[in-house]
Design a protein around this ligand. Structure first.
Ligand code: NAI
Length: 247
C-alpha cells in the first residue's frame, strides 16, 4: 500500500513550479490529486503528467482570492471525492518594490493572494476535515516571512501573516485531529533563478551554508512529511527548507 492511498490532496497554484512538484510527489505516493490554478487550461500540462503517473486527478479553475469560488470548489471536491485529507496552500505572488514606491495595489494584491487566499482555502476545507476527524493543512510561507527583505515589505508581511495564521488555526483544529503547519522555503531554483547572471547566483549561493539552491522537490519532500502520519504529533510549526540560510 502506498503512503497516501485513498487520501485526497488539494494543491493550489499547481500549474507550475513548486505546486506542480508537490502534486507530482503526492501523486507518486498514491494520493488522489486535485489541482487548482487561475485558469483551467494552465493545468493541462500538470494533468497530463499526473495521468502518466497513473494518478487520479481533477483540475479546478480556482482563484484563491474569491471566498465564494473557494467554498464552491471545495464543496464539489468533498462531494466528488468524499473527503479532503491534505490541503497545500501554495498559490502565491510577488510584487516587489521599495516601500517608498510601493503602490497600494501592489500591497493589496500580494496580501490578497498570499494571505487571504490561504484563509479562504483553509476555511473552505475545514468543515470536511473536522467531520472526518483528520486532515493536514500545509501552508507554503517563505524565509522572507521569517527574516524580512528590503523591497519585499508586502510579501514579507503576507508570509509572516501566513505563519501566524497557521499557528492560530493549529490551535483551533487540534481537538479534531486536524493539523496545520507552514513550510518556509529559502531560495528554490526556478526559471527566475536560472535567468540570473552567474555573478548574482554566486553571491546568493555564498549566503547558503549548504552551498546550493533548493529544488522544488526539496519542498515537496517536506510537504509529504507534514501530510503523512510520520508527522502525526507535529502541528503549528514552521519547517524551514533553506539550506541553512536562516536559522
Ligand atoms: P510560481 O509563480 O512559479 O507559481 C505560483 C502559481 O500560483 C502559478 O501557477 C500561479 O498561476 C498561481 N496563482 C497565482 N495567483 C493565484 C490565485 N489568485 N489563485 C490561484 N492560483 C494562483 O511560484 P513558485 O516559485 O512555484 O512558488 C510557489 C509558492 O512558494 C508561493 O507561495 C511562493 O511565495 C512560495 N515560495 C517560493 C520560493 C521560491 O524561491 N520560488 C521561495 C519561498 C516561497
Amino acid at each position: 500500500m502506498t503512503m497516501f492511498e485513498g487520501k485526497t490532496a488539494i494543491i493550489t497554484g499547481a500549474a507550475r513550479g513548486i505546486g506542480q512538484a508537490i502534486a507530482f510527489d503526492l501523486a507518486a505516493k498514491g494520493a488522489d490529486i486535485v489541482i487548482g490554478d487561475l485558469k483551467a487550461e494552465w493545468l493541462s500540462e500538470t494533468e497530463e503528467a499526473l495521468k502518466q503517473l497513473g494518478a487520479s486527478v481533477t483540475c479546478k479553475e480556482l482563484d484563491v482570492t474569491s471566498a465564494e469560488a473557494c467554498q464552491s470548489v471545495f464543496n464539489d471536491v468533498a462531494k466528488e471525492n468524499g473527503r479532503i485529507d491534505i490541503l497545500v496552500n501554495n498559490a502565491g505572488i510577488t510584487r516587489d518594490g521599495i516601500l517608498m514606491r510601493m503602490s497600494e495595489e501592489d500591497w493589496d494584491a500580494v496580501l490578497t493572494v498570499n494571505l487571504k487566499g490561504t484563509f479562504n482555502c483553509t476555511k473552505a476545507a475545514t468543515r470536511t476535515m473536522m467531520k472526518q476527524r483528520s486532515g493536514s493543512v500545509i501552508n507554503i510561507a517563505s524565509i522572507i516571512g521569517l527574516m524580512g527583505n528590503a523591497g519585499q515589505a508586502n510579501y514579507a508581511a503576507s508570509k509572516g501573516g501566513v505563519i501566524a495564521f497557521t499557528k492560530s488555526v493549529a490551535k483551533e483544529l487540534a481537538s479534531r485531529n486536524v493539523r496545520a503547519n507552514a513550510i518556509a522555503p529559502g531560495f528554490i531554483s526556478s526559471k527566475m533563478t536560472d535567468a540570473l547572471s552567474e555573478e548574482v547566483q554566486q553571491q546568493m549561493l555564498a549566503a547558503i551554508p549548504l552551498g546550493v539552491f533548493g529544488s522544488p522537490q526539496n519542498v515537496a519532500d517536506a510537504v509529504a512529511f507534514l501530510a503523512s502520519d510520520q508527522s502525526a504529533y507535529i502541528t503549528g510549526q514552521v519547517l524551514s527548507v533553506n539550506g541553512g540560510m536562516y536559522m
